[in-house]
Design a protein around this ligand. Sequence first.
Ligand code: IDP
Ligand code: MG
Length: 155
Amino acid sequence: MEQTLVLIKPSAVVRGLIGQIITRFQNKGLIITGLKMMQLDEKICREHYAHLVDRPFFPFLLNSMTRTPIIAMVLKGLDAVHVVREMTGATKGRAANPGTLRGDYCMSGQENIVHASDTPENALIEIDRFFSQGEVFDYTCDMFKYLYSPDEVEF
Ligand code: IDP
Ligand code: MG
């Protein structure tokens, strides 16, 4: 079953939103298979945001992502990458739809509270970037038969 990476960014850690964000994913039926607090440094930010390092705002993004520790999570579910991206909403909080995390919890394009992997390929790379093998627990969950039908998931 698909897994995806979520980072709860420093802005949400400082604003006391960790619990509310985790609750939204749990309420949806996503299973937490990895969860930890960690301090990011410049090296991992440059790797994670390699597509943005040449943009003029990158120094601001780097400062924003290293200001406090973040929460890194791995979430599991059918089509987890797509589901979590949809729940996350558009990059700019002001443009994100109500009902999405960014739409409900932020105003900014930078301070947009969460990161979520954008493709299954990137999810694999990003989970590897933030978690070592022993930190992700791919357990079978008793709840599956209440979350899915037998033709969707083998219980
Ligand atoms: P995403 O987080 O929705 O996938 P990306 O384009 O991959 O969006 O950008 C990564 C992160 O870089 C954003 O979540 C945001 O924090 C920051 N960012 C993106 N565009 C801007 C911008 O124009 N100004 C400031 N920060 C930006
Ligand atoms: Mg992105």
